[in-house]
Ligand binder design. Structure first.
Ligand code: ADP
Ligand code: MG
Length: 155
């Protein structure tokens, strides 16, 4: 493990939400966050924490069926993708997809491995793994932008 990888243990759901709130403090326009982990690992919970941290109090729906949910927040726009059921790039509707990755919005992507052919390279790779009733999470910066953000993660 190199110094750009951070490992944290999250004992319960509230710890996952809290990590999301901390991540909300470091996101910036154009940041692409890839969320890895099995079904039920806590990816959507983490995304919900980020949205809470950005001041969004409404319902955070899993985009499993819609593919993407857009949150137009005062500070920035956030696209939450879930590619679990994704199999045809034509489902995406070109314009919206390009807008998501034009560098002005934050993108959080569940199941990025199912859309590798069309996704830009992520800045942060986050992996959630079930462990001892909680979750182990590995945060890795994969670009300079990602390193810059991760270095500022509040403890
Ligand atoms: P995913 O999007 O990866 O499929 P979800 O975010 O929907 O997973 O979460 C699945 C379940 O995991 C939820 O019931 C949530 O409460 C639970 N969960 C989230 N974080 C933790 C944690 N750190 N420890 C135990 N359970 C957790
Ligand atoms: Mg999910």
């Amino acid at each position: 493990m190199n110094d750009q990888t951070v490992q944290i243990f999250l004992a319960d759901e509230s710890a996952t939400l809290e990590l999301g709130r901390r991540i909300a403090q470091i996101v910036e326009p154009g940041l692409l966050i890839a969320l890895h982990g099995d079904l039920g690992a806590g990816k959507t919970t983490l995304a919900r924490g980020v949205l809470r941290g950005l001041g969004y109090d409404g319902r955070v729906k899993s985009p499993t069926y819609t593919l993407v949910e857009l949150y137009e927040l005062s500070r920035l726009h956030l696209y939450h993708f879930d590619f679990y059921r994704f199999n045809d790039p034509r489902e995406l509707g070109d314009a919206g997809f390009r807008e998501a990755f034009n560098g002005n919005a934050v993108c959080i992507v569940e199941w990025p491995e199912r859309a590798v052919d069309i996704l830009p390279a992520p800045d942060l790779d986050i992996r959630l793994i079930e462990e001892r009733g909680g979750r182990k999470v590995l945060l890795a910066a994969t670009t300079e932008k990602g390193k810059h953000c991760l270095a500022r993660l509040p403890s």
